[in-house]
Design a protein around this ligand. Structure first.
Ligand SMILES: CC(C)(COP(=O)(O)OP(=O)(O)OC[C@H]1O[C@@H](n2cnc3c(N)ncnc32)[C@H](O)[C@@H]1OP(=O)(O)O)[C@@H](O)C(=O)NCCC(=O)NCCS
Length: 225
């Protein structure tokens, strides 16, 4: 499986999938683009205190959204967004980060416990978030499946949690277990947390639904016309 930076950039730029919930509601899941700055800022501003408490990869400001969109670079991290087109204009309802280079903190925690990867490029990290009003509806599970498939495509074999998961985040821990992650250690930083990891070789592969195949076929057909 190819995992060169060029291959990753190509896959990241073109990553775009339509997904649907059991309710029939549809979303576009795609890579963040330069023009998404205002949408991303609205998403950040919409997050509740509860969500911000457990999901904190960076500040949730308009300036942060502008900076992330001004420097789209898939080398260190792929930033993925799910959009709903219900309403007057598109709205971001989920933001997932797939870290392709481990942060110093994540790398150090694992190294201090004696975990050394033969190939550091085989490990990636994940930080998922879903808008408050869309949580607990199965969206995160579907997006996680797509993100893990992408991680496989860019040559990763293991996925760990960016900064771990807070020990008091019962839903987060249940969610990661349901997605195939296993707890490997506890640690205490500002709060008690767990490190969890997923071996992609053992994780169930996402089966694309008939609906997804039809949507993709329709899109390919429309490009060819
Ligand atoms: C974690 C998160 C990404 C999951 O996305 P989601 O769309 O809510 O996930 P799903 O609906 O697919 O699954 C949620 C699961 O948690 C379960 N759950 C909900 N509340 C729970 C609780 N208090 N304790 C345990 N499990 C809980 C749901 O029943 C569901 O499990 P099931 O499918 O076995 O029934 C999302 O909830 C979120 O953004 N949370 C806030 C930010 C966060 O915690 N990010 C991770 C930081 S490490």
């Amino acid at each position: 499986m190819m995992g060169s930076l060029e291959d990753i950039r190509r896959r990241c730029d073109s990553f775009e999938e339509r997904i649907s919930l059991h309710s029939g509601e549809e979303f576009l899941f795609r890579a963040l683009k330069t023009e998404d700055s205002a949408l991303l800022a609205s998403y950040f501003q919409s997050l509740s205190e509860n969500t911000r408490k457990v999901f904190g990869p960076h500040p949730f400001t308009k300036e942060q959204a502008e900076a992330l969109c001004a420097q789209i670079d898939c080398g260190p991290a792929l930033r993925l967004i799910a959009l709903t087109e219900r309403g007057a204009r598109p709205k971001i309802v989920a933001y997932f980060i797939l870290g392709l280079r481990l942060s110093e903190g994540d790398e150090k925690r694992y190294r201090d416990r004696g975990t050394v990867w033969d190939n550091p490029d085989s490990v990636c990290s994940i930080a998922p978030s879903v808008a408050d009003e869309y949580q607990n509806r199965g969206l995160g599970g579907i997006l996680m499946g797509r993100t893990l498939a992408l991680a496989r495509h860019v040559g990763r074999s293991h996925v760990l949690l960016q900064g771990g998961v807070r020990a008091d985040n019962a839903r987060g821990i249940h969610f990661y277990r349901k997605c195939g992650f296993r707890k490997v250690a506890s640690f205490s930083g500002t709060v008690d947390s767990f490190d969890m990891i997923l071996d992609l070789a053992q994780a169930p592969r996402v089966k694309r639904s008939e609906h997804q195949r039809n949507v993709t076929a329709a899109r390919i057909g429309s490009k060819e016309r």
